[in-house]
Design a protein around this ligand. Structure first.
Ligand SMILES: *Cc1c(COP(=O)(O)O)cnc(C)c1O
Length: 367
């Protein structure tokens, strides 16, 4: 089965091989060297001065940032399931927060965020997704970060880049924490979360770490010395080092431009089939299509063409499908998927098959 969901993504064979070596102990010079090299590569990927690796899924890093970077009141941006999650984390700790909610196809407005921050002195941290994966939506994170830092330079801007890091070059000039996870653009098995940090964020963390396992002060102290506070996810970190070296060899920019091209070509092919791209500001990480027959199309893809694409969640569970572009996806994999979608549309009586999807995709991708 071809796995083309926007997380988890398939793990390339050479990376699986790199992770197949016998387990090494995490308190050894051997592992510390691997850890140190991974830190250097991660800082370059994140384009940030500090970075942390946590043994948890991405949500663990979201929770750690809420705990350690927000000490008064949070502003959370909710255009979908993952933006909603920041609010739920605040709620679970009884942390004061206010939420700016948009429809799932609508990005946050810079003005709304700025006004909310201006009118509420208590807000000391803003939480937002770079790409809200629920609808494949790109928020104007960089503009928001820039504008709110102008009003309140000490405010913390926490960006969930789980479907953006490794997809595109995120401008981190005004971002204090950028979150990533192993199982999306980094093409690793699930279980490792990453956080890029600004110097300002490091200062706040070192002043007052909060929590026990998710205490970033404790982690920072250890990780600066190329070790972890608790048992490191050694195998995943070995895989991460191998993956970053592989991507770095061609240059991260090549990964970004390939992903962008694939994403663009896919969206044009889907539109050529008469399908509707869901978000008003589509991200490169995936193509999300709104369609009343989305569930039917997905089922045909799975059973007849052996392709697994994602559906939607909550109120768009059966009316959305999402095709992954993150990671090292072969063009022929996306082409096959688009062809299968066109075949499915014929099967459900929507339009006769004429090869449009592949013609458009191939033309765009070879430009
Ligand atoms: C997948 C994802 C997460 C969370 O991930 P888990 O690894 O399942 O905890 C958070 N935010 C975004 C935008 C995601 O795509």
């Amino acid at each position: 089965m071809l796995l083309l969901t926007p997380g988890p993504t398939p793990v390339p064979e050479d990376i699986r091989m790199a992770m197949s070596e016998p387990t090494i102990h995490h308190r050894t010079p051997e592992f510390e060297e691997i850890f140190g090299k991974t830190r250097v590569l991660l800082k370059e990927l994140f384009n940030m001065p500090e970075v942390l690796m946590l043994a948890s899924s991405g949500t663990g890093a979201m929770e750690a940032c809420v705990l350690n970077l927000c000490h008064a009141k949070a502003l959370t941006i909710n255009s979908g399931k993952f933006g909603e999650r920041f609010g739920k984390i605040c709620e679970s700790y009884g942390k004061d927060y206010t939420e700016l909610k948009q429809d799932w196809d609508t990005p946050a407005s810079v003005e709304d965020v700025v006004d909310t921050v201006k009118n509420d002195d208590k807000i000391d941290a803003v939480f937002i997704q770079v790409c809200e994966s629920a609808g494949g939506l790109r928020h104007p994170v960089e503009d928001i970060a820039k504008e709110i830092k102008k009003i309140r330079p000490n405010i913390m801007v926490i960006a969930d880049g789980i479907t953006a890091v490794g997809v595109e070059k995120v401008d981190t000039a005004n971002i204090d924490a950028l979150i990533s996870g192993s199982q999306k653009a980094l093409m690793l098995p699930p279980g490792l979360a990453l956080i890029g940090l600004s110097n300002q964020a490091v200062e706040i963390i070192e002043k007052s770490g909060v929590g026990y396992y998710l205490n970033l002060k404790t982690e920072l102290k250890a990780q600066k010395k190329n070790t972890t506070a608790y048992t490191a996810a050694t195998t995943l970190i070995i895989g991460l080092k191998a993956m970053l070296e592989k991507l770095h060899a061609d240059g991260f920019d090549k990964l970004y431009s390939d992903t962008k091209k694939r994403s663009f070509a896919t969206k044009r092919a889907l539109e050529a089939l008469g399908l509707k791209i869901f978000p008003k500001s589509p991200a490169d990480a995936m193509s999300a299509v709104y369609d009343e027959d989305a569930a039917k199309i997905r089922k045909i893809l799975k059973t007849k063409y052996r392709v697994n694409i994602a559906g939607g969640q909550d109120h768009v569970k059966t009316t959305l499908f999402r095709i992954n572009h993150m990671g090292l996806v072969h063009d022929y994999e996306t082409a096959w998927t688009l062809n299968a979608i066109e075949m499915a549309l014929e099967e459900i009586g929507r339009r006769p098959y004429d090869g449009t999807a592949n013609a458009v995709f191939t033309k765009e991708i070879t430009k």
